[in-house]
Design a protein around this ligand. Structure first.
Ligand code: ATP
Length: 207
């Protein structure tokens, strides 16, 4: 099974890396692909360029077995729709179970995503919940896909919905950018190699 984690990664931090490692181990993934979006359709545009965000991602996962930086959204032109990303992965990996990991916020807005119902044709979706999170009443389209059996994800290549609790670290890229703009030290929130890159390229000095 291959896991997919999309995001702006502006910059990547230990919140992303810790949950990636956790799901890689628990779901027995051969790979976890981190996929930076070039032009996120649902949010404010990132501050660092797509190539810089990819550079930082590569620095952060250096020497982490099974962690892969996937640059397909950056190579594509136009808005970074997840459905297009999943379709292109599915073309490359016809039989492989693919799991798209998303946060609960993203799940609550899933129906606003471009061609959202097709997402399940290409991958499973695992919602990473916070401890104590109770999913809201699920719509029928989600109930029929929902499973609480992890094994069902391995025996099907796509189409299931699963909720999984991760230990979310209270770190966000927004907080890190604000700290840097206020000349505070973001140490221990993200890898030192990424902090060095941010300093070298003078990123995030303005809010
Ligand atoms: P920003 O503060 O700029 O909105 P962010 O820190 O939330 O950024 P994103 O790149 O938007 O980071 O997040 C990518 C994915 O990682 C999303 O699915 C998000 O839910 C998840 N994520 C972000 N922060 C954490 C965290 N601290 N722990 C676990 N998952 C996280």
């Amino acid at each position: 099974m291959i896991g997919l984690l999309g995001g702006t990664f502006d910059p990547i931090h230990y919140g992303h890396l810790r949950s990636a490692l956790e799901v890689k181990e628990i779901f027995g993934l051969t790979e976890i692909r981190l996929i930076p979006s070039a032009q996120p359709p649902h949010r404010q545009q990132p501050m660092a360029t797509a190539l810089m965000r990819l550079d930082m991602l590569k620095l952060a996962i250096e020497n982490q077995p099974g962690f892969v930086a996937d640059d397909r959204e950056i190579r594509r032109i136009g808005p970074s729709y997840m459905v297009d990303t999943l379709q292109s992965l599915r073309n490359e990996l016809p039989e492989m179970p693919l799991i798209l990991f998303i946060g609960t916020d993203a799940f609550n807005h899933l129906k606003t995503w471009h061609r959202w119902s097709l997402l399940f044709s290409f991958a499973h979706i695992v919602v990473m919940t916070r401890p104590g999170f109770i999913p809201q009443a699920l719509d029928d389209c989600f109930i029929e896909r929902h499973t609480d059996q992890l094994t069902e994800l391995a025996v099907n290549s796509a189409g299931k919905l699963y909720f999984h609790q991760v230990s979310q670290l209270d770190i966000s890229a927004t907080t890190i950018r604000n700290m840097i703009a206020e000349h505070q030290n973001p140490g221990f929130l993200l890898p030192d190699t990424v902090i060095a890159y941010i300093r070298q390229h003078q990123l995030y000095l303005r809010q």
